[in-house]
Design a protein. Structure first.
Length: 313
């Protein structure tokens, strides 16, 4: 039974109005903080698509045992609170590719046709690495998750290799056709390139968002790990993949801080999944206080970033 003092959390977590209200708020903040609206509308469209994919992934694989739009709502709130993500850039496609990868990877769970799903999962990683080459570094880790998903075998191993390299074969063919093979070599060299670790050159607003995301991700994950036994085996395995992805992305940001702006939207995804799971299924004094605290933190983050944006610090 939901206690009266937890009624607000319950209504937000399970209510039908949550996502429309958050979407309206996001649109208002985007209009306020985005210069040249039509030139940057691609950012809004991409993050809207990412929000839809969050809902679809949660619904398809029943990651949360009740109907909720909290993961998608949290994602939109953190997008709305970060004006530096409102300007269009090709790296904003990465959250879409990342969720498509997760969706395909999850489809391989105990599937007799897992090679097709694995091919698609690695294909999305290959496309992502064309945009951000360091993404290729975490791609081999998908094979570790395939062990838990019970989809690792000879066919799926090679399906992954073919899927990841397919964009590069197509790129090589195009470069050979246009007699620009040096462009292909430049792309490959970027994968092998390790940028100098320099934290001093990163704007402190990025550090602020990174710190908030990491703290919340840990705060949401610890209670889940304590009560994970309440979920079905399949759900536990899929959520463990999401948790691990959060670890890999954070390690990548530590090693390559020069790409932190492109990687931050990816780091938000594991956090919102775990937050949605916690607040939709647990109604205790801890979650009541934590939920209010998260909203206060988001409001402070929003004001902080808008202050920096308008005063050009």
């Amino acid at each position: 039974m939901i206690q009266t003092r937890n009624r607000f959390q319950y209504e937000v977590a399970t209510g039908r109005a949550t996502l429309p209200v958050v979407s309206t708020l996001t649109l208002i903040l985007w209009v306020i903080s985005t210069p040249h609206l039509w030139a940057n509308i691609g950012s809004l469209l991409i993050f809207s698509l990412t929000t839809y994919l969050l809902l679809e992934t949660d619904t398809k694989f029943a990651l949360i045992r009740t109907r909720t739009t909290l993961p998608a709502s949290f994602f939109l709130l953190f997008y709305a609170a970060t004006p530096f993500l409102h300007t269009w850039n090709v790296t904003l496609l990465l959250p879409v590719f990342f969720l498509c990868m997760l969706y395909s990877l999850f489809q391989s769970y105990e599937s007799p046709h897992a090679s097709t799903a694995i091919f698609h999962a690695f294909l999305w990683m290959g496309l992502s690495s064309l945009i951000l080459p360091c993404i290729a570094w975490i791609t081999p880790l998908l094979y570790i998750h395939m062990i838990n998903l019970r989809s690792l075998e000879g066919k799926t191993f090679f399906a992954g290799i073919i899927g990841f390299t397919l964009p590069y074969w197509l790129l090589l063919g195009y470069d050979l056709y246009t007699d620009q093979t040096e462009e292909f070599y430049n792309v490959i060299s970027h994968i092998l390139q390790f940028d100098q670790i320099n934290y001093a050159s990163i704007h402190f607003s990025y550090y602020t968002l990174w710190g908030v995301i990491t703290i919340l991700w840990i705060a949401f994950s610890i209670p889940y790990l304590r009560f994970a036994y309440k979920d079905k085996v399949q759900t536990r395995i899929l959520l463990q993949v999401i948790l691990s992805m959060g670890v890999w992305i954070n390690i990548l940001m530590v090693l390559q801080p020069s790409h932190i702006k492109a990687l931050l939207p990816l780091a938000i995804i594991p956090m919102v999944f775990m937050g949605g799971h916690l607040f939709s299924l647990t109604f205790s004094k801890f979650t009541r206080i934590t939920f209010i605290t998260v909203l206060v933190i988001w409001f402070a983050l929003c004001l902080f970033n808008l202050w920096i944006y308008f005063f050009n610090f």
